[in-house]
Design a protein around this ligand. Structure first.
Ligand SMILES: N[C@@H](CCC(=O)N[C@@H](CS)C(=O)NCC(=O)O)C(=O)O
Length: 222
């Protein structure tokens, strides 16, 4: 039996989406974020780290979205629909690269952006102008300067490929989706400069399994 612990507006949406793509039989428990935008303490009762996603699977408690994806594909994707086979070297490399790239390279600057946005929001009135200045510096020197080349690389890849693994949709698209959506929040990605990324985003969100995940786990809203 599979039991997904899903935190609203979070990485656990990835697992919900994959479970829907797989047509798996699973139980879903949804959690709301606290006022401070954290996970509620009740998630710590499921796993000591208290982060989402958490998947209870086959008598074990699994964390880490990339690992959970690989676990589900190994045990529940018998026809290997969402991961290229090992003998398709190019697709396998693309799949593995982008699956890791999402958490290792795209999410860190986005998390930094989120943290500094929260710092400004939670600063007392008197020091708000100072915290805003620090936020602007971090955004320019650490967030934007990291994200611009990352998005140029993604745009180039999607110019030649329909999906991140190549010709076929895979779990790498699921893992990358949340990262791209996060970066597209606020001002949004430039329509001309990032046309291929935005078209890929649209294609991904048109999938019936994505729509069902939104109905069950709530819309992602950054
Ligand atoms: N690298 C982990 C990150 C897990 C993580 O940080 N989850 C966030 C949600 S996106 C969380 O639970 N944050 C709530 C908190 O820290 O209180 C993964 O991919 O699963």
């Amino acid at each position: 039996m599979l039991h997904l612990h899903h935190l609203e507006n979070s990485r656990s949406f990835r697992i919900l989406w994959l479970l829907e793509e797989l047509g798996a039989d699973y139980q879903l428990t949804c959690y709301n974020r606290t006022k401070a935008y954290r996970a509620p303490d009740s998630l710590k009762e499921v796993h000591p780290l208290g982060h989402a996603p958490i998947l209870e699977a086959d008598g074990r408690t699994l964390i880490e979205s990339g690992f959970i994806i690989e676990y589900l594909l190994k045990h529940y994707d018998k026809e290997q629909q969402f991961k290229p086979s090992d003998d398709n070297e190019e697709a396998w490399e693309n799949y593995t690269f982008w699956l890791h790239f999402a958490e290792a390279s795209v999410m860190p600057p986005l998390v930094m952006r989120l943290v500094f946005t929260k710092v400004v929001q939670q600063s007392p009135m008197l020091i708000k102008p100072v915290s805003k200045k620090i936020q602007a510096q971090i955004e320019k020197n650490m967030v934007k300067s990291s994200l611009d080349p990352i998005f140029a690389m993604m745009e180039k890849h999607l110019e030649d490929n329909q999906w991140f693994a190549g010709a076929e949709f895979s779990a790498a698209d699921i893992q990358m989706h949340l990262a791209v959506l996060g970066a597209n929040a606020g001002e949004g990605l430039n329509r001309k400069k990032y046309a291929n990324i935005l078209n890929w985003l649209k294609r991904s969100e048109e999938r019936p399994a994505f729509k069902r995940s939104e109905e069950k786990g709530g819309r992602l809203n950054f």
